[in-house]
Write a protein that binds this ligand. Structure first.
Ligand SMILES: Cc1ncc(COP(=O)(O)O)c(C=O)c1O
Ligand SMILES: [Zn+2]
Length: 396
């Protein structure tokens, strides 16, 4: 375990990682965990083998990258077997692109949110929190509920009142206290901020605590490992808060410092829904921050994030990587989800389906070329979104 401190992503101020922390105490921006990666190299020399080689002997969960995660080595992780998901070659949907699907629906609670919550709940418990609270568009709530139950901690989840039923029921059945809010995820976050001190809650909002992004960064470690340490040309990421995208970019930097990969980076594309596309708007306008997207509305509930606290980090990554941002209409998302289902055998979530639609659009526009290696993330399962398909069922 090589974590040394937390550092502000904006002003660089250092914070103690051994205390429960939310945002930077000076400027209110997200904190990153910083590791002594040179010490990892020293350990390699001592053991006469590299950590990268030693991974081969370990179990499949995210905790195989334990030295690059913040939990001290002698503390048991709160785990349900998250991570280790398959990277599937898509041979039929792909046309002449070399397309790979990272199928995150196979995680506990059927979404990639499990990765972040396993690490964040492990750390919150270790650092003394007893009551955890988070706003959720749906899947983060399910994951927080599951890992809190596993840890013996209280979970308080605030969701928009029109969050998919499957997510609401899942949270309740996992023992969480669920509040439905007449508003969007930003209103849920504001409600937690108002009440957390009085209630004794630790705020687990994504990027408002430093460790969910650490769990999500394992997407990149797995991807690199599965592709034999050669990163793809393009990554398509369904972007709400952007935690996975930000986490992967952080992990690429860590892996390069460790000497595990070279300098090459994928072109990173944020995929959003036309009804809630703050990052697409800001990227197209060349802005550094994204303004709140008005009247946010989409069936891809995980993408219904009108204002993300990590907006400036997402926009910087898209620019630095020579990637971009694409918005997809809900009708196209639902249509493409059927195409992917019937061609690849995966009932993808709308967020995942939007990325397949984005691939078509980027290919049409010449932003992705023939033969390029593209990785897309199916971040959850269509089974959690049956209401999106009821209309089409009625026509059958
Ligand atoms: C299925 C799904 N995909 C994508 C996202 C967006 O993830 P991120 O916040 O990392 O951008 C979410 C977030 O709720 C989600 O539930
Ligand atoms: Zn700061």
């Amino acid at each position: 375990m090589f974590v040394t401190h937390l550092e502000c992503t904006s002003c660089g101020l250092r914070h103690d990682w051994k205390r429960l922390q939310n945002l930077c105490t000076a400027c209110g921006k997200p904190l990153f965990a910083i590791y002594d990666l040179a010490a990892a190299g020293k350990l390699d020399r001592l053991k006469r083998s590299s950590l990268r080689e030693r991974l081969g002997t370990r179990g499949k969960s995210i905790w195989r990258y334990r030295e690059l995660l913040p939990l001290p080595a002698d503390i048991e992780a709160v785990s349900l077997g998250e991570g280790g998901t398959p990277l599937l070659h898509a041979k039929r949907f792909s046309g002449d692109v070399d397309l790979w699907i990272k199928d995150e629906s196979l995680n506990p609670t059927q979404s990639f949110k499990a990765r972040g919550m396993s690490v964040a709940v492990s750390m919150a418990k270790h650092l003394g929190a007893t009551k955890l609270a988070a706003p959720s568009a749906g899947n983060a709530g399910g994951a927080l509920a599951a890992y809190s139950a596993r840890a013996g901690l209280e979970a308080h989840i605030f969701m928009p009142h029109d969050t998919p039923r499957a997510n609401v029921i899942e949270c309740r059945e996992l023992g969480a206290h669920v509040s439905l809010v007449d508003g969007l995820i930003t209103d849920c976050g504001a409600e937690i901020a108002r009440r957390k001190d009085k209630e004794g809650w630790f705020d687990m909002s994504t990027l408002k605590e430093p460790y969910r992004v650490e769990g999500k960064k394992t997407l990149a470690y797995e991807l690199a490992e599965q592709l034999d340490w050669k990163l793809p040309d393009v990554i398509l990421y369904p972007t709400g808060g952007g935690t996975g995208l930000i986490g992967m970019w952080k992990a690429f930097h860590e892996m390069e410092t460790l000497g595990w990969i070279d300098k090459k980076r994928p072109r990173m594309f944020s995929v959003q829904a036309s009804g809630c596309a703050p990052i697409v708007r800001a990227f197209d306008a060349g802005e550094k921050f994204a303004t709140e997207f008005p009247n946010a509305c989409t069936v891809a509930s995980g993408l219904r994030v009108p204002k993300a606290i990590g907006d400036f980090l997402i926009l910087k990554i898209l620019l630095e990587s020579c990637g971009g941002a694409v918005a997809i209409d809900d009708e196209e998302t639902i249509r493409v989800s059927h195409e992917v289902g019937s061609m690849e055998g995966l009932f993808v979530s709308p967020e995942g389906a939007a990325c397949f639609a984005a691939l078509k659009s980027l290919y049409r526009d010449g932003k992705i070329g023939p033969g390029e290696r593209v990785v897309t993330f199916n971040t959850s399962s269509g089974i959690k979104y049956l209401h999106c398909y009821d209309g089409s069922l009625a026509n059958w």
